[in-house]
Design a protein around this ligand. Structure first.
Ligand code: DGY
Length: 325
């Protein structure tokens, strides 16, 4: 699919992306935009090399693609100066290789913070209240009347939520769980967790609860990941909305099997798009296909930022998301 065929700068998007704002931005700025229409979900390095061809000024790519030495050298040979991932994560991008070939790299931070945190909160609630299991039970026609023991789950209020990684998304999630569900908080981060600390230390919410005769919430910075796991009550529920390999999925399946009360909500998988054997049969696991950032507003925002990143480099404006910064 080609937009503005006579545009001066050739920009490629390896996938169609939501919204039209990103398309308009590029064509208004004299770009010839080519959107790859290949049906397969994951493009190989070879597929992308043939898209780049002999001349290409910039590429908008996806987190499923392997942006390493081979692709950056091909892009640089074609005169390309800019690449943007349509994602905040860039573990699929070798930034050193991009630097070596003089290609600027961008990502899309900010626009997906709340959307991703909302999915993490949704998974937490769905796991705590066994919503997916209960839905399956209803659809299977098994409900034959109210029972005291039917799908009893956990109350979140007053329990301690543990957050590992208190960056933008972790902090937004922590805030939702504390303010929304009156949970206590323990968090861990390798770095100063400025965003979260501003929230917890300046938090008048605890005082508000106290003034209203409620138990005030507590919060604490942990000195290790183990401390979080030891102290968090939502230890019985594990949510992963980051990247699959942070969890050993084989060990997880064993643990789920041995501990039916342990629950997990997964948006990402160790060997994505595949799940390790056994995981799909586990009733105490909720699995969704990497949709944490999938709200219309966010996905359109990500597409727009990715286009701005590429355009920025071509036109000499600053790049929004720059991992080198
Ligand atoms: C990201 O942006 O890194 C997410 O994994 C997908 O939105």
């Amino acid at each position: 699919e080609v937009y503005n065929p006579n545009g001066k700068y050739r920009v490629i998007s390896t996938k169609s992306m939501p919204g039209t704002r990103w398309i308009n931005l590029l064509i208004e700025q004299d770009c010839r935009l080519e959107i790859c229409t290949q049906k397969k979900t994951i493009l190989s390095v070879e597929d992308i090399i043939s898209l780049i061809g002999d001349r290409c000024d910039g590429v908008i790519g996806q987190l499923t693609e392997d942006w390493g030495e081979t692709l950056f050298s091909a892009l640089s040979r074609a005169g390309g100066k800019a690449f943007s991932n349509m994602a905040v994560g860039y573990n699929n991008v070798d930034v050193n290789a991009a630097n070596k070939y003089g290609v600027a790299v961008g990502n899309t931070p900010g626009v997906l913070t709340e959307t991703t945190a909302e999915l993490a909160a949704s998974l937490s609630l769905a796991a705590a209240r066994r919503i997916v299991e209960a839905d399956e039970f209803m659809r299977a026609g098994l409900y034959d009347g109210w029972l005291p023991h039917l799908f009893v789950g956990n109350l979140l209020k007053g329990q301690t939520v543990g957050v590992i990684g208190a960056g933008r998304i972790g902090s937004a999630y922590a805030r939702m769980m504390v303010e929304g569900f009156k949970m206590n908080l323990i968090y861990y981060d390798l770095y100063q967790a400025t965003r979260l600390e501003k929230f917890v230390t300046g938090m008048s919410y605890g005082q508000f609860l106290k003034a209203n005769g409620e138990q005030p919430v507590t919060w604490k910075r942990a000195s290790s990941m183990d401390e979080v796991l030891r102290e968090a009550d939502v230890e019985a529920i594990l949510i992963n909305c980051s990247r699959g390999p942070v969890i050993d999925e084989v060990a997880l399946v064993e643990h789920l099997r041995a501990n039916p009360m342990f629950r997990v909500g997964l948006d990402v998988f160790e060997d994505e798009p595949y799940m390790k054997p056994g995981l799909s049969e586990m009733k105490n696991a909720i699995v969704v296909p990497h949709i944490a950032s999938a709200s219309k507003w966010t996905r359109e925002g990500m597409a727009t930022l990715a286009a701005l990143n590429v355009l920025g480099k071509i036109k000499g404006y600053p790049i929004w998301g720059d991992p080198n910064r």
